[in-house]
Design a binder for this molecule. Structure first.
Ligand SMILES: Cc1cc2nc3c(=O)[nH]c(=O)nc-3n(C[C@H](O)[C@H](O)[C@H](O)COP(=O)(O)OP(=O)(O)OC[C@H]3O[C@@H](n4cnc5c(N)ncnc54)[C@H](O)[C@@H]3O)c2cc1C
Length: 202
């Protein structure tokens, strides 16, 4: 573990900010460690075991990413409901059109399904029951849902959704990341299928 003094990088560490298309709430850095000395007392676990200790935490981190995806989708839904009430076309609030109402119904249903799965997985994690497969399932399900919902939210906003005047575009850009970090959707599918079928070639 390398401690970072506030506002500067530790000795032997170089870094540069990675420009991103979303998730601007935090800055992402690429770090290079060259000649960075770490005291023995700062070793994580036993020598050669830090990787396993770190990966053991992925279960919680994946449930956490699913929770973020659900929150993001919920934000998109709430904004879309409001917009459907506010925006008038052809003499009606667009929320009177079945095409828009059904989109909202579908968005809400997908969010609820993800939330129910998340609570089941979190209960297992809280009870100390191993839930790595289930954590992959909820991360996969919620992040894929999140992008679909955010995209529909943008669609409900019409042309305004493609502007930066509404949060719809930000939800969509931020949703895209949830399918990538904390293990991509493809990697979650590998974990889930390995649990059912065993590892390929094993
Ligand atoms: C904004 C941001 C923040 C991040 N924050 C962190 C962080 O805090 N900590 C951290 O450790 N990492 C972080 N990451 C890294 C992130 O976890 C990785 O980008 C992600 O796990 C994917 O790895 P990769 O980029 O190397 O993609 P690659 O492994 O190069 O994958 C490229 C493509 O190949 C597919 N693929 C790769 N291997 C397989 C396989 N075996 N089977 C099937 N398909 C495969 C992938 O699904 C993907 O579609 C961050 C990334 C981003 C973009």
């Amino acid at each position: 573990m390398v401690e970072k003094p506030r506002g500067q990088l530790p000795e032997g560490v170089k870094g540069s900010v990675i420009p991103k298309i979303g998730y601007h709430g935090w800055t992402t850095w690429e770090l290079a460690f060259d000649g960075c000395r770490v005291p023995h007392a700062k070793m994580v676990g036993e020598e050669g075991k830090a990787f396993y200790l770190t990966t053991a935490g992925l279960e919680t981190a994946r449930a956490h990413t699913a929770a973020r995806s659900i929150g993001l989708a919920q934000g998109s839904l709430e904004d879309s409901i409001q917009y459907a009430k506010d925006r008038n076309q052809f003499g009606n609030p667009i929320g009177n059109f079945q095409a828009i109402r059904f989109k909202l119904a579908d968005m809400a249903t997908q969010i609820e399904a993800s939330r129910a799965l998340l609570y089941t997985v979190c209960e297992k994690i809280d009870e100390g029951v191993r839930a790595d497969t289930e954590a992959s399932m909820v991360k996969l399900f919620a992040s894929e849902m999140c992008e679909r919902v955010a995209s529909e939210g943008l669609q409900i906003h019409g042309g305004a959704g493609y502007t930066t005047h509404f949060a719809a575009e930000r939800y969509w850009r931020d949703a895209r990341l949830t399918k990538i970090f904390e293990g991509t959707s493809e990697i979650q599918m590998r974990i889930i299928s390995d649990a059912m079928l065993g590892k390929v070639g094993a």
